[in-house]
Design a protein around this ligand. Structure first.
Ligand SMILES: C[S@@+](CC[C@H](N)C(=O)[O-])C[C@H]1O[C@@H](n2cnc3c(N)ncnc32)[C@H](O)[C@@H]1O
Length: 363
């Protein structure tokens, strides 16, 4: 069983709970103090905000905690990577065994090269990155279980994403027989779609091989019938007009602007006429200059260099050029009232997620 593959020792759990405490302090009281100080500044220029705030002890601590709590989760005596290293061989053997059962549902492609924006640096500060060190698949398993911006249920966001996709298809009276989830990592978002649309044939793709291997084993263990493929979303190997829905959950903030445009054009190509495309990500941030300053800080401190360009990319324009119509933008999340845009900064530090959707023209 995948869930019994490794255990986290008591000492490491103590260390991780200590880090959670720091993160909570960062997210709540420290964040509020920084917002209070920055709101008194007389500028909306983010460089001037940064220069003024550099001497603030609260901001210095906020910045340090934002970077280091993320890093400490992985490294050091109680870091999850340290724990996983002790079982490296066994954990990699499990992943190697993927594909022995239902091999037709795991389509690996050894000639699929990692783009630099995936393999060239430690995205999200994951030591060694997700694509270069297969062991980091297990790190993602642990991280995504605990990752929740939406309360206690780590799957709340993917379930919400799947709900939205199903609702968009229903409202558009669109066919939803074949769905592709781009940048699926471990297949969590793909499985949420399959659970929401059980009669659809659902595919997930990612450029990294080992998370797909894990997702395949997990899907089989849990009786979820999906197909996972190793693909670069910028140049998919699927034929034109293959899918009714193409969607992505947290892919776009990891893409440089030219790659984002390529992915949108590829989605248009593989969609059937009338098919639906969904981008769910941090496409815009509320809170004006302060929101952008916080977002830029997060992007730099957490090694997510393309999160800032994304909020300045005109996705509507690119989608129109690619042939989409009925382009909609929504800024709801499970925690916000439906169809409302948060007009001010939230009371605690939060990732602002939102969604673009469009329908491909019938020619
Ligand atoms: C934040 S994760 C997505 C999480 C996932 N959708 C979920 O909901 O659990 C981003 C994923 O996109 C993948 N990725 C980045 N660029 C890609 C590309 N050009 N083609 C396919 N996958 C890509 C990364 O390997 C990573 O696994």
């Amino acid at each position: 069983m995948l869930k019994d593959a490794y255990s986290i020792p008591f000492e490491a759990r103590i260390y991780q709970s200590y880090l959670s405490g720091i993160k909570n302090h960062w997210r709540t009281s420290l964040y509020q103090q920084v917002i209070k100080e920055v709101s008194n500044l007389q500028t909306t220029n983010i460089d001037e905000i940064e220069s003024s705030m550099l001497s603030s002890p609260s901001y210095q601590l906020y910045a340090w905690q934002e970077r280091m709590t993320q890093q400490f989760k992985y490294i050091g005596r109680g870091g999850i990577k340290t724990i996983l290293e002790k079982s490296r061989k066994e954990l990699l053997d499990i992943l190697q065994s993927a594909g022995q059962v239902n091999p037709e549902r795991l389509k690996l492609n050894p000639s699929c090269e990692l783009p630099d924006y995936v393999g060239g640096f430690d995205v999200h500060q994951v030591p060694g990155g997700l694509g270069k060190d297969a062991l980091n698949t297990w790190l993602m398993v642990w991280y995504q279980k605990g990752l929740t911006f939406a309360g206690g249920n780590p799957d709340a966001l993917v379930e919400w994403y799947a709900d939205l996709i199903a609702k968009l298809a229903k409202d558009a009276n669109a066919n939803a027989s074949k769905v592709l989830d781009l940048g699926c990592t471990l297949g969590r978002s793909t499985m949420a779609i399959k659970k929401k649309m059980p009669s659809a044939e659902v595919f997930g793709c990612d450029v990294c091989e080992y998370p797909l291997r894990y997702g395949h084993l997990f899907a089989i263990e849990n009786g979820i019938d999906i197909t996972l493929c190793q693909e670069n979303a910028e140049k998919l190997t699927f034929k034109d007009k293959t899918f009714d829905i193409v969607a992505s959950h947290w892919l776009f903030h990891e893409l440089p602007p030219d790659a984002a445009a390529n992915v949108i054009h590829e989605a248009a190509r593989v969609l059937n006429p009338g098919g639906i495309f969904v981008i769910y990500d941090m496409c815009k941030v509320p809170g004006g200059a302060i929101g952008e300053w916080l977002h830029k800080g997060m992007a730099i401190r957490n090694n997510e260099p393309y999160a800032l360009p994304l909020i300045h990319t005109d996705l509507t324009k690119i989608m129109k050029e690619a042939g989409f119509k009925n382009i909609q933008f929504k800024t709801t999340s499970p925690d916000w009232p439906k169809d409302t845009e948060p007009s001010e900064l939230m009371k605690s530090r939060y990732m602002f997620m939102n969604m673009y959707s469009g329908i491909i023209q019938k020619i």
